[in-house]
Write a protein that binds this ligand. Structure first.
Ligand SMILES: Nc1ncnc2c1ncn2[C@@H]1O[C@H](COP(=O)(O)OP(=O)(O)O)[C@@H](O)[C@H]1O
Ligand SMILES: [Mg+2]
Length: 259
């Protein structure tokens, strides 16, 4: 069954917007393991798009192709209208500052304070921000948006798992990205902390007007966060639609996601 089940696409609303990120016919195999078999995706400005797929279905492979950590076999990826395959190193570097990537876990630098962790991307992308002598204002602004200004001088090890993830989000926000990619943002967190992170993701979207691609297998997270969902099955975008419509589907492969 290789056709997309277009359960319910709110065409009237999305056709007015342009995709800020587009993946066309993405294919990636490892030997005989055909992971992505022609995956398509359009992320529209300002939306929260959730990708659900079971473990090993190729979610991380897809996101790695997106951020250039992995080379697809074929297909195209364009970000803000630019095909990333045609960009030179400098242009690619510049484009990277528009995309925030929140890794699974939080991947903070253990030997740096919270402040130093947040300053790190500013230093790395000097061309976007100029030679900053005083970064305090930007650091505080980013920490304020995740409610953690008081943690500015703490070390990561002094923070709870939820706090670490908020700091990681602040570190992503400090570059003011237009797009945020979340890889399993609630995995490994207890339900209450997971709920806080989900709330925070929604707040960030409103405050920073970002477009977000959220990879998750957390049904609760998908229900609360998603404006639209794509189900990744057999390497393709098997079904697309809003949460309620997908949940009501009679298709066995779709039903399996909501059990
Ligand atoms: N670097 C790699 N080399 C070989 N196989 C890989 C590599 N990365 C991922 N795979 C395979 O691709 C499939 C999808 O993996 P992944 O994208 O990590 O799944 P998930 O949806 O859980 O994130 C798995 O079968 C995995 O073994
Ligand atoms: Mg993964």
């Amino acid at each position: 069954m290789n056709s997309i089940q277009n359960i319910q696409t709110p065409k009237e609303t999305i056709s007015l917007k342009k995709p800020i990120l587009e993946i066309k016919d993405l294919k990636k195999s490892f030997g005989n393991n055909h992971v992505l078999n022609g995956f398509n995706l359009q992320l529209f400005e300002g939306e929260n798009l959730v990708i659900m797929g079971k473990s090993g279905s190729g979610k991380s492979v897809m996101i790695k192709c997106l951020v250039g950590l992995m080379q697809p076999d074929s297909g195209s990826i364009s970000v803000m209208g630019k095909d990333i395959n045609t960009l030179n190193r400098n242009d690619l570097d510049e484009l990277r500052t528009e995309i925030g990537f929140l890794f699974q876990g939080s991947a903070l630098y253990d030997s740096m304070t919270v402040r130093e962790n947040l300053e790190f991307p500013l230093r790395r992308h000097k061309h976007k921000f100029g030679d900053l002598t005083d970064t305090t204002e930007l650091v505080i602004e980013a920490l304020e948006s995740v409610g953690l200004v008081d943690a500015i001088d703490l070390m990561p090890v002094e923070l709870s798992g939820g706090m670490q993830r908020r700091v990681a989000l602040a570190r992503t926000l400090i570059l003011k990205p237009k797009i945020i990619l979340y890889d399993e943002p609630t995995s490994g967190l207890d339900p209450i902390t997971a709920k806080e992170i989900i709330e925070l993701m929604r707040r960030v979207q409103r405050q920073y007007k970002t477009s977000s691609l959220i990879i998750t297998h957390d049904v609760d997270c998908a229900r609360v966060v998603s404006e639209r969902m794509i189900l990744l099955v057999d390497g393709i975008n098997y079904a697309e639609g809003i949460f309620e419509a997908l949940r009501a589907s009679k298709d066995e492969k779709i039903k399996a996601f909501f059990k």
